[in-house]
Design a binder for this molecule. Structure first.
Ligand code: CTP
Length: 449
């Protein structure tokens, strides 16, 4: 009996999939089809899959060509499967030509002609119209956002805005995007959603204006400096049926959700301490070095540290103490926010001008989770125990700079108004604003205003 194996996502099952399976089956007597898990697809950068895995499996089954359906969930699995099932032929469409030649060491590799002019991506993009995004602020993160958005199907950056002429023109020159320096309303008229990456003190106003004119908003942290304003903006978005999301990239990476779930699953016992550090040495002359009012370590990076704390322990802490070390011009170069919960302590450390190890450590009564630096770009983590030789290593890689996962989440939320915010909830975002508010009050006192 000649065994054939093929793999795919088979999202929004189409004619190209049907023909591929038909011809794969005709290559032998027994066809095994590997269907990818969402997690595996996310890790390899295939974002915005529409159908859940059970639907995709059912669609493959309904063709009647598959004698056996398996699930593909990790790198290297193809070699394992080929050996395990005694496969004679591995086949995929011609879009993969050459990519799987390494499997020739295990079985015959056949690339089948791809059906022209159809793909899941084309169908996905045709389903909902493209979401046109405008970038507000053309500083350091804008180019990264622009580049990574091209990996998210359904998203297209179509315009940028920056009242600073030089920065706007430079961005326009490099990225060839219509860039507005005045007339914010005209800019808003060109887009369905905005990404706010302007200086911190301007975030809330742009968010409000965007929401007022019916645009979905993704805003860089910190979105606001007060709890009340955060609440107001989330309420406004809700009442208008718009999506508002605070952009803390770490929250959307595949590994991060896995870290939180592992910690909450009881593997390390009861969680007693969370410590997260984010530090950077600023570029000389950058805004973070001199903007003593609206920049500095905590405003730039404090949200990162608060993210795992609120995700793991909730937002109902008993108290929070914030202490800073100030640089020459009164700007905080290092800040610690220390939270006290019932039966647990947590610390968010932020450095901007002080460098430390960027680890996340979650300590429990049975063991601990260690996420090595830089934890906010985690692609792996370890669960460790009293016995130092017992280490469970987990991997959850991501593609590119990681930004595409945040953009993908934003697009998915816009597309599906019923979707649930669980990666970073409005409540968690508001809780961060509350801590930022306390920090700003202390800052004002110290700076004597
Ligand atoms: N395939 C094909 N002809 C097409 C589309 C897909 O023969 N027009 C094949 C692929 O080469 C692969 C299998 O179908 O062997 C499953 O592909 P999958 O990646 O799930 O489908 P795509 O439509 O290519 O998906 P996407 O657009 O998300 O890349």
């Amino acid at each position: 009996m000649k065994k054939v194996i093929t793999y795919g996502s088979f999202d929004l099952f189409h004619e190209g999939h049907y023909k591929l399976l038909q011809r794969a089956k005709a290559l032998g007597d027994y066809l095994i089809v590997g269907v990818t898990t969402e997690h595996f697809d996310t890790m390899r950068g295939k974002l915005n899959l529409v159908d859940p895995i059970m639907t995709r499996i059912e669609n493959v089954r309904a063709t009647g060509f598959a004698d056996e359906i398996i699930v593909e969930d990790h790198d290297g699995q193809k070699i394992e499967d080929i050996q395990k099932y005694g496969v004679d032929i591995f086949t995929v469409g011609s879009d993969w030509t050459g990519k799987f030649d390494y499997l020739n060491a295990y079985c015959k590799v056949v690339y089948l002609e791809r059906t022209p002019d159809i793909s899941s991506t084309i169908i996905r993009e045709g389903r909902g119209s493209l979401i046109r995004i405008g970038i507000v602020g053309t500083g350091r993160v804008a180019p990264r956002f622009f580049e990574e958005s091209s990996y998210v199907s359904g998203a297209e950056v179509v315009a940028a805005y920056n009242p600073d002429v030089d920065s706007a023109m430079e961005f326009n020159r490099i990225y060839q995007l219509p860039t507005y320096v005045e007339n914010f309303d005209e800019f808003l008229g060109k887009v369905d959603a905005i990404y706010v990456a302007s200086p911190n003190e301007t975030h809330a106003d742009y968010v409000r204006k965007g929401l007022e004119s019916g645009k979905h908003v993704l805003c860089e942290k910190p979105m606001t400096f007060t709890f009340a304003e955060s609440q107001e903006l989330y309420n406004m978005a809700k009442s208008k049926g718009l999506k508002l999301m605070e952009g803390i990239r770490a929250a959307y990476l595949p590994a991060f959700q896995q870290i939180i779930a592992t910690a909450k699953s009881g593997t390390i016992g009861r969680i007693c301490n969370v410590e997260a550090c984010f530090s950077r040495l600023p570029v000389v002359g950058s805004r973070e070095q001199y903007d003593y009012k609206y920049s500095g370590a905590f405003l730039e990076y404090g949200s990162y540290g608060m993210l795992p704390i609120f995700k793991l322990l909730g937002v109902d802490y008993q108290s929070v103490e914030i202490e800073s070390i100030l640089g020459e011009n009164g700007i905080d170069i290092y800040t610690e926010a220390r939270f006290k919960y019932d039966g647990c302590l947590a610390t968010a450390k932020a450095g901007d001008g002080v460098k430390s190890e960027g680890q996340l450590i979650i300590a429990g009564t049975e063991g601990y989770i260690l996420v090595q630096s830089p934890w906010w770009l985690a692609d792996s983590f370890e669960v460790r125990y009293e016995d130092p030789s017992r280490i469970e290593r987990h991997k959850a890689e991501f593609q590119g700079g990681g930004f595409r996962y945040e953009i993908s989440e934003f697009i998915n939320k816009i597309r599906d108004p019923e979707s649930v915010d669980y990666k970073l909830t409005a409540g968690e975002s508001r809780a961060m604003a509350k801590v930022v508010e306390k920090f700003m009050e202390q800052r004002k006192q110290i700076q004597g205003e």
